[in-house]
Design a protein around this ligand. Sequence first.
Ligand SMILES: Cc1cc2nc3c(=O)[nH]c(=O)nc-3n(C[C@H](O)[C@H](O)[C@H](O)COP(=O)(O)OP(=O)(O)OC[C@H]3O[C@@H](n4cnc5c(N)ncnc54)[C@H](O)[C@@H]3O)c2cc1C
Length: 396
Amino acid sequence: MKTQVVIVGAGPAGLLLSEILHRHGVESIVLERSSREHVLARIRAGVLESTTVDVLRENGLSTRMDVEGHPHDGMRIAWAGRDSFLVDTYQTLGRRFMVYGQTAIQEDLFAAADRRGQAVLTEVSDVLLHQHDGAPGAKPYVTYVRDGQAGRIDCDFIAGCDGFHGVSRRSIPEAVRREYEKVYPFGWLGVMARVKPLPDITYVNNPRGFALASYRNQQLSRFYIQVPLDHKVEDWPDDRFWPELKARFPAEMAAAITETDTIEKSIAPLRSFVSEPMRYGALFLCGDAAHIVPPTGAKGLNLAVSDVYYLSKALARWYRSGDAVWLDGYSATALRRVWSSVRTSWYLTTLLHRFPDTSEFDQKAQEYELDYLKHSARAQAALAEQYAGLALEKAD
Ligand SMILES: Cc1cc2nc3c(=O)[nH]c(=O)nc-3n(C[C@H](O)[C@H](O)[C@H](O)COP(=O)(O)OP(=O)(O)OC[C@H]3O[C@@H](n4cnc5c(N)ncnc54)[C@H](O)[C@@H]3O)c2cc1C
């Protein structure tokens, strides 16, 4: 087979890239390791920055989101024994978030791919990238196995959208790659429950550990608590989870949380990770393939979308006019936004969690930083700007 761009991975980054490229008349084939059912069953992100909402709207992917999504205006922060405060991105910047699940975005992207007859080859294995180093005369191609048959796709470019554990990043030689990593000494236990959410997405700093109340819609809440890294889901039956969650929230908020049977429970480790550069010859990395953020601040999915925005514009320009200037600038442009969000999610994680070596001094310092944030309009405005994410650099 032959196409212009091979996209490895049919997560949000891969499918969104294929959609935008199609709108610019650029052909692609998507290769996905898992089944479509598996990809659609993953419960992950749910909070979209206004930039992500804009990209989805500009590309005809917002019909369902605009009906079922819930706009919201920022994050509430509470800490032990004090009143909470709202970091209001709408009042500060005129930018609203949208609560709309990643699962729904995946459904919308698969539906759009079906409508246009997009080639998405699922359940492929042994994906390997070849001649992607950009050497003169190199002709990139990708090989894979599907249904026991070996396949090969010749192409101009390869987009590595295959997440943290994919093959693309590892196809950049170690001598070229520079990796920056911070692994946090705790994880998040997340549950989904069919109960009315709190009025605001609320982050809590508590000496017992961090907690978060988020949601997917007005009947579906998502709650998280910080747990030690060696804990397993089985360690947290519902009758242990709910009292611990409520103990971390201020009393009046805890009273508003309804306990019920949880419908999903998982534990995710927390990590900050960036691999540079995001381009190697004909290979371009997007999303979790190049960077991971802890979920504090809900940046992961949003960064995948901004990478795709920059790469799709650059590829469209190259195919339109042969001008490689945006392709050449892709890594630096994408990394500016990546590092801004990596820094913000690291800052929020550090501010809101209890680390194993947190001393009483450290806890006091965190609490007085929160007190400063609460009482300083300027500090809140700065945090609102970081939480909302950098505006996309509009290139045309
Ligand atoms: C449990 C969990 C909770 C999260 N919660 C949040 C949140 O609340 N807010 C937020 O913003 N972000 C969150 N994230 C992060 C967010 O989900 C990711 O940033 C987002 O999915 C990135 O999209 P992606 O397309 O880059 O990668 P992925 O969604 O990981 O997609 C990569 C795709 O590539 C496929 N693949 C992998 N290897 C290969 C291969 N060799 N060949 C072919 N295909 C391959 C995978 O099967 C997958 O479908 C969470 C992530 C996890 C895991």
